[in-house]
Design a protein around this ligand. Sequence first.
Ligand code: PLP
Length: 311
Amino acid sequence: QSIHKDLEEKIARFHQREDAILYASCFDANAGIFEALLTPEDAVLSDELNHASIIDGIRLCKANKYRYKHMDMQDLEAKLQDAQKHRLRLVATDGAFSMDGDIAPLREICQLAQKYDALVFIDECHATGFLGPNGRGTDELLGVMDKVTIINSTLGKALGGAAGGYTTGPKPLIDLLRQRSRPYLFSNSLPPAVVGCASKALDLLMDSNAIAQSMAAKTQRFRSKMTAAGFTISGKDHPICPVMLGDARLAAVMAEDMLSRGIYVIGFSYPVVPKGKARIRVQISAVHSDEDIDRCVEAFTEVGQKHGALP
Ligand code: PLP
């Protein structure tokens, strides 16, 4: 419908790209892109900790596959050198990695891509709407908006619409996806109500950068107060704040105790994260007030002391 076309145009404008295509989810966008774009003559180079949907999308394509060590630029360079024998090279990475809250070194990735004539693909599910001075994402945060070729992202996380995904990038690529991308061709499009929500969320972000700016300040408040209280928070400057606890049982009982105090945080342990790296993942949201954040830190401190995570 025309509202879908309007939303695609708005997404492209938001990311300062030529065009965009909507999917029912970002999982679908990731499932559809690699197979449509890459042939057996091409190569895809993927960070080993990329999201499951990128991994599955890459499995569906017949390109030559390289997996580089997480955010390891030496390893990526070695793999790019090896991949010179192929027709086209695509580096694929999450912009921000949700389990650790760490941000891909996009400047370095784009430099390597330029040196070895590769395209760059980023999955911005954990960046769209709040990273960067105007919430455009990791490419804006790191000053490489003009160097990243393709962005896939979701409408269902920070944009709050609960579903929907998209690809945005060069117009010929989007035209190709409309003809060849299987999850686009063979699945329903987004329900109109979801389109309406996402469209409004983008309006709010494009009208003013107040929301994006407040996210950075709130994230900083939580991370610095938790660190001062004695906790270890993984990652840097990301509103996903994994409180590292190590022990799976400790993470589970502390998360339960936090919930009983009215604070909804999730414990993660093996096999979702490596053994011995259990954590409670806290997500800062634009609707949290400073008081909410302070109350959360106080609750963590009490619960941490009770269960022996803090002295
Ligand atoms: N990519 C990443 C990095 C994600 O974290 C997720 C969701 O967990 C997805 C893709 C899938 O997004 P969606 O829920 O829109 O299918």
